[in-house]
Design a protein around this ligand. Structure first.
Ligand code: NAD
Length: 511
């Protein structure tokens, strides 16, 4: 077996290490590559994370396969007990989990706590697995013949997740996958990997048998090893559209079931009759919360008629009051961006927006956070008079940059939303019930908010967008999640065995 390669430099050896998690324990065999995990508020390295090779993924799949053969027959009572115990443990260690998120992602502590709570909702949903897996039964479909349907687990399934919700997005997947009787291998983002290991420890403490939940860290090498491993039956992915498409195409070509959720460009349409104070509060919260690094963030505000002229001062007034600071600082409302590269990318969009003629109504580039000069901070930026052909409108920026597009009519606003290649979330703000109802019917987007800026469904509904925001047929969690992680079987039984009536080569007919 290959031995672990220790980091060469003295500095690295002092860093915290994030190993893989296989067979119910930390795993560092076969590790030949490590990645840096940064603290975005200080700009310094906070840990090093193991990067998986093919061998590591192979070891995880072997362990998971062994474990799943037993776990698939664990009683529903046992699976439920594990989920309840896990729920209690996450609740108990919520603060610790949130601190990990703030340290590695940068989001403010209150937001990190909110993330953990939203993830827990899926765990709570998974606690109801006996109800969710109930099949149908028909007595006497023919004389003395009964039929019933059951849903069975797929086997070993994997989840590949993005940096922006390191606790919640994996929780969209593994609680249900495990409760359905699968073994789950998580490949979290290499940018903020520690929450995955923390979850693994808590699942272990909750009594989950070894090997039912594993974590392999890394980059494309780990992802490709997952996509090419024949022992993995299904892959859930959440991340950017370009990678989602790749995962969907490669995974399905290899015979796997795949759901791949991609990027977003979420619009908020504000009609002139809307409560503009509510709209301004909502746009600022949904545009700049988590520094715009949310798949459901509002990045385009479509102001209809004279709404823009009346909204702009309200937006500016609110933006000026936002407290941008390290996420661990009390009262901080917006933290830094996740990495230096991402910070540079978002800055380049602000420059492009100006160069292409949009009006920079609020420029966050001058922001300085005392004592954190090396942190990846960018103040909130607001563009007005953005046109649909501009790059800042076309691309997902994933930063604290909100674009105002002016539209003359409701129809123009609707056409704009429906022409966009992304279709994750959308919101309309109005006091006209008829207009809202028409919008919910006509808009071609997966998740719709009416006077609600971030319409993330509860765990018992399913989450997912349309068009380039989702590849595959199933949304995550809710009933579609249960369907994704199981397959149906219908049994037709004659019991007790009836009298033998001789050979009959005709097609079986029910009498
Ligand atoms: P990303 O696509 O860069 O990475 C996601 C995962 O894919 C990570 O685990 C990463 O290691 C892996 N990966 C990255 N490049 C890869 C490659 N070339 N080949 C194979 N694997 C690769 O996404 P991100 O930057 O971590 O997250 C932000 C993106 O995620 C945004 O586009 C955001 O909209 C999207 N997102 C979407 C949703 C949704 O529900 N639709 C939710 C959260 C985030």
């Amino acid at each position: 077996m290959a031995t672990t390669t220790e980091p060469e430099s003295h500095v690295q050896s002092k860093l915290e290490t994030v190993p893989h998690w296989i067979d119910g324990k930390p795993y560092t065999e076969h590790v030949v590559r490590w990645g840096d995990v940064m603290n975005p508020a200080t700009g310094e390295r906070s840990a090093r994370v193991a990067f998986a090779t093919n061998d590591v993924v192979h070891a995880a799949v072997q362990s998971a396969t062994r474990a799943q053969q037993k776990w698939r027959n664990a009683s529903l009572a046992q699976r439920t007990r594990v989920m309840f115990a896990f729920r209690q443990l996450v609740e108990k260690h919520k603060q610790e989990m949130a601190q990990i998120l703030t340290r590695e992602h940068g989001k403010v502590l209150s937001d990190a706590l909110g993330e953990v709570s939203r993830g827990l909702e899926v765990v709570e949903f998974a606690c109801g697995i006996p109800q969710l897996l109930k099949g149908e039964f028909s007595e006497n479909v023919s004389t003395e013949v009964d039929s019933f349907s059951i849903r069975q687990p797929l086997g070993v399934v994997a989840g590949i997740t993005p940096f922006n919700f390191p606790a919640m997005v994996p929780m969209w997947m593994y609680p249900l996958a495990i409760a359905c009787g699968n073994a789950f291998i998580l490949k979290p983002s290499e940018k903020d990997p520690s929450a995955a290991n923390f979850s693994a420890q808590l699942l272990h403490e909750a009594g989950l048998p070894e090997g039912v939940f594993s974590v392999v860290h890394g980059d494309k090498v780990a992802v490709d090893a997952i996509l090419n491993n024949p022992g993995i039956a299904a892959v859930s992915f959440v991340g950017s559209t370009i990678v989602a498409r790749y995962i969907y195409e490669t995974g399905t070509r290899n015979g796997k079931r795949v759901q791949a959720l991609g990027g977003a460009k979420n619009h908020m349409v504000v009609l002139p009759d809307a409560d503009l104070d509510l709209a301004a509060d909502s746009a600022v919260s949904a545009g700049y919360g988590s520094a715009g690094e949310r798949c459901m963030a509002i990045s385009v505000l479509v102001a209809v008629g004279d709404a823009a002229d009346r909204l702009l001062p309200k937006l500016k007034e609110r933006i000026a009051k936002l407290k941008v600071a390290p996420g661990s600082e009390p009262g901080a409302e917006m933290g830094p961006l996740v990495t230096k590269d991402h910070h540079a990318r978002v800055l380049s969009y602000v420059e492009k927006g100006q160069a292409q003629g949009a009006e920079l109504a609020v420029d966050g580039r001058g922001l300085r956070v005392p004592g954190h000069d090396k942190g990846f901070f960018l103040g909130p930026c607001l563009f007005d008079r953005v046109k649909p052909d501009m790059t800042i409108y076309q691309d997902e920026i994933f930063g604290p940059v909100l674009s105002v597009v002016r539209a003359s009519t409701y129809d123009e606003a609707l056409a704009l939303v429906n022409a966009n290649r992304y279709a994750n979330g959308v919101a309309i703000f109005t006091n006209d019930g008829g207009a809202a109802r028409r919008f919910q019917n006509e808009v071609q987007v997966g998740m719709v908010g009416i006077n609600v800026p971030i319409p993330v469904p509860m765990a018992y509904y399913s989450f997912g967008g349309w068009k380039s925001s989702l590849f595959g047929d199933s949304h995550v969690h809710g009933r579609e999640g249960v369907h994704f992680y199981t397959r149906g079987k219908v049994v037709t039984s004659r019991w007790p065995d009836p009298q033998h009536r001789g050979v009959n080569l005709g097609f079986p007919q029910m009498k």
